[in-house]
Every structure is written in C-alpha cells, then in structure tokens.
Design a protein. Structure first.
Length: 486
C-alpha cells in the first residue's frame, strides 16, 4: 500500500520537506511536492531506512509546463547521501545522476551507474533534489522510495586504473581530459570510450563525470600499455564547472556552493591534496550555470578549447591570451578537451598534446601544470614550436628563453596535418606574423623578434575563415602554449 503525502514547499531558503518512513512495514512510499521559483540550490528529503534492508530504490518525475519564450522551464537533478550525513565534503555521498536518470538503486554488491555500491545501513539517509531551473508556476515533483529486505551481500573492492602505462620515455603524449560516460549524462560505456580513445590516437584520458566519482572503478580491463586512464570529476556548481584532473582514485569533490559562498579555494586545495589539477572547464559557455565565476587564482590550467571550435572558445582563447603579459610570474597554461558525451561528438576533438617524461600519471600532470603542451583538433595535426637566441640559448613550449632584451630571437613552428591552414604568431601586441602553409598541410614558419618587442610568442594554426568579409579568423586547427622571452 502506498503512502501519498501532499504538500507545497515553503519560502526559498527555508524549505522543510517531510521525511520518508517505513516504520509501519510498508515497502514503498510516495512523496509529492512543489518547489517554488527561487528555491535553494539543493533541497534534502530525509529517508528513514530501517534495519535489514538489502536494496534501496528511488524513482522520480516532475512536470515540464510550457513557458514563454526566453523563460526557463523546469529541470530537477537528484542524488543521495547515506546515514553518515550531508555535511560539506560529502562524508555520506552515495551518488548523483543529475537530470540524466529517472530512477536508481543501491545495494552492497551493485548500484546504478553514478552511484556507489555499499551496504544500505539503517539510519537517516537524504535524497538531494537540485532544482536547476524552476518555471514561474513552480516545479511539481513526485519521488517514490522503495526498500527490499534481505541479506546485504558483499561489496566488491574497486579495481582502479594503474598509475602508468608503458610509454616512450620523454615524449609528446596525446590526451583527452574531459569525457562523460553512462556514469553521468553520457551515452557511451567506459569500454566504448576506451575504444574511441584508441581510435583517436590518444595515449591517455581522464574520467570526469558530473559530481560523482562512481566511475573510478569502472575501467577494469580497459587500460593497457597503450592507454593510461586517469581518474577525476567534473565538479558542476551553479556558477561554473571545474575538471578535477588526475585525482587519486576514489576521491570525491563536493559541488554544493556558488562563487559568492567563498568555498572554492577549500575544494581546490582538496583536489591538489589528492594529486590532481584544478582546471576550469568551458569558462565562457552560455548554458545555465556553465560559465566560470570563481576567478583563476586557484587554476592550474584552463580549458580554453571545448569540443568542436565555437565562438565561446574564441572568447575563451582571447581572454586567456590577455592574461599572458604577466607571464614573468605565475601564468595559467591552456588546455583543450572534447567534453564528448555521445555520438556524433568525437573523443579526442580536440586533444591536448603534452611533453612528459613518461606515460605516467605524475609525469603527464607535471607536463600539463608546466604548460609544456599544445592543443590540436585531432591526432592528424602535429606541431613543433621553439625559440632560439644567441650562444645556443633555446626554449620550448611553456618555457622561458632567457636572453637580453635587445637580443634577436628566432621562433620556429613546424606543422604536419593541416592542409589549407595558416600559421599565426601571437604576442602581447597581438598577431604579428602570418604564413600560409603549403596545400599539403606540412610546412613551417619562422620569425625574428626581441624580448623588448614581444614578451611572449605563441603559435596558432587556423583554418580558412568561414566568412572572410567579416574579418574574423577561421576555426583553430591547433595552438600552443607560449614561449616567454627575456
């Protein structure tokens, strides 16, 4: 027999939702409610789990009313915390599916992707509802919670990816650090992603599901001598997304804060303590909550290029370029990743190519942190970029060429795999040198300057402009991090 509890949620910031109880022995409870516009970002529904439960099941639905053009409709995310509580840092975190699933289950030996297997212990659990957007008429929802009694079973020990692959010693390695599988809102399985990564010519990938680390143990048998798999998370807040890149397997990073809450630095430190990099994702994306509002003081790198080249990426590139004049101190390297979720989105478009001492987690992260990298639209495109001064002075991507301010410096770029493209050398003054590549797409360009004239030089390889009359450049085929001069 079902227990239907009707209510309307109260004022924003003070929503008191009734709990779910199975004290009378029933196996399923239905809760209905309405969240008003301006609701808190996350609303918790207490669930009193009795003893002897083998499996917990949750299903939910919500209305999607028609709204006027330009008005946000309803979107409701969901996740769950166990009896250990909902405190900051997520001690009781057991899973999150956002808006990607309408139901999930948890038990000791298995769970829906995005959720963590483990015992369903007695105590007060909490469903977390995330009203991502709310229509003017409110968001009416129904949540059904069920329990199955029986022996708990055993929780398997997760098998995590190794920290190294065979590698080629110090070499350039290609990777895609922002990917989604069925463990969040993607459509590919981990096996399909691993196969796509190999087909794209990648040496490493980073698993980065939205607000869950449940996929960290889902890659058993998919790594190999030819593919290093890093673990991470896309920390998806209401004021920007950040990729926690290469964290220790099993690391969870909380997402329940906005820029105004002044909590991001704490979680950035947690990412670094777990061995990872802090990488703001698609900082100028236009989707609700996607653009980056936290500033870049805590960033180890920034995802300038996200998926196929778009105007958002052009803005992100220009914004990042504007920070490089301060390169004598700390600077933030640029990266690119596919953010691929499903077909026809392609794994490895684009990909970051990093100079690392070997194909290991530590070496790859060291190279990315140092900016010894460039971004290419595919494995067909390769770059070699450097600067040389007198007496054998030489510097590569991400490095500084230390010569006198008036010393001549020659920068060189070699390109393969970019037919019909143009090379541009960009400095703190803007684009100062442009060369068309041969029709084959294989060729080079060089330019001589001084540190007094150019504080840094970076290279771009561009496709022809789609609309030349506008004066806008064509889409990128590749770009490098800078070489600093002087």
């Amino acid at each position: 027999m079902l227990d239907r509890r009707e209510f309307v949620a109260g004022a924003a910031g003070a929503l008191a939702l009734p709990g779910v109880s199975f004290a009378d022995g029933r196996a399923e409870v239905v809760v209905r409610g309405t969240l008003p516009p301006g609701s808190p970002d996350y609303v918790y529904v207490p669930v009193e789990v009795p003893r002897g439960v083998r499996e917990l099941r949750v299903a939910y639905a919500y209305d999607r009313p028609a709204v006027p053009a330009g008005t946000q409709g309803n979107a409701l995310d969901i996740g769950i915390f166990d009896e250990r509580g909902t405190g900051p840092g997520g001690p009781g975190f057991r899973g999150w599916s956002g808006g990607a699933r309408s139901e999930f289950f948890l038990r000791a030996d298995a769970a829906t992707p995005g959720y963590l297997p483990g015992p369903v212990r007695a105590g007060t659990w909490h469903l977390v509802l995330g009203p991502y957007t709310v229509a003017p008429q409110g968001l009416a929802y129904t949540v059904t919670v069920g329990v199955v009694h029986g022996p708990a079973g055993a929780t398997p020990r997760p098998v995590y990816p190794p920290r190294r692959a065979r590698g080629r010693g110090r070499a350039w390695y290609r990777g895609d650090c922002h990917l989604h599988s069925v463990y969040s809102d993607g459509r590919r399985t981990p096996a399909e992603i691993a196969a796509a990564a190999r087909a794209a010519g990648l040496d490493f990938i980073n698993t980065s599901e939205h607000n869950t680390h449940a996929a960290h143990g889902a890659w058993e048998g998919l790594w190999g001598d030819d593919l290093l798999i890093l673990t991470g998370e896309e920390v998806t807040t209401r004021t920007g997304h950040v990729v926690a890149l290469g964290t220790d397997p099993g690391t969870f990073v909380d997402w329940r804060y906005r820029a105004r809450d002044n909590r991001f630095a704490r979680y950035a430190r947690e990412i670094r303590r777990a061995g990872g990099l802090v990488v703001p994702a698609h900082p100028h994306a236009t989707c609700v909550g996607c653009s980056w509002r936290f500033g870049f003081a805590e960033a180890d790198a920034v995802e300038v290029w996200n998926g196929p080249w778009t105007p958002d990426d052009e803005v992100a590139l220009a914004d990042w370029d504007g920070t490089l004049s301060a390169g004598r101190g700390r600077w933030t390297p640029a990266m690119g990743s596919s953010d691929a979720h499903r077909e026809p989105q392609r794994v490895g478009e684009p990909q970051t190519v990093v100079l690392a001492d070997d194909l290991t987690r530590e070496a790859v992260l060291d190279g990315l942190r140092a900016g010894r990298s460039y971004v290419a639209e595919s494995s067909a495109v390769s770059l070699a970029f450097s600067a040389a001064g007198g007496r054998g002075a030489h510097a590569g991507i991400g490095e500084r060429l230390r010569v006198a301010r008036d010393a001549p410096v020659t920068v060189r770029l070699e390109v393969t795999g970019a037919p019909g493209c143009t090379v541009r050398f960009v400095t703190d003054q803007g684009v100062l040198h442009t060369v068309a590549l041969p029709a084959s797409g294989t060729g080079g360009a060089q330019w001589t300057t001084t540190p007094a004239y150019a504080a840094y030089v970076r290279a771009e390889v561009r496709h022809p402009a789609a609309a030349p009359a506008t004066g806008l450049p064509g889409a990128l085929a590749a770009f490098t991090n800078p070489v600093f001069l002087g």
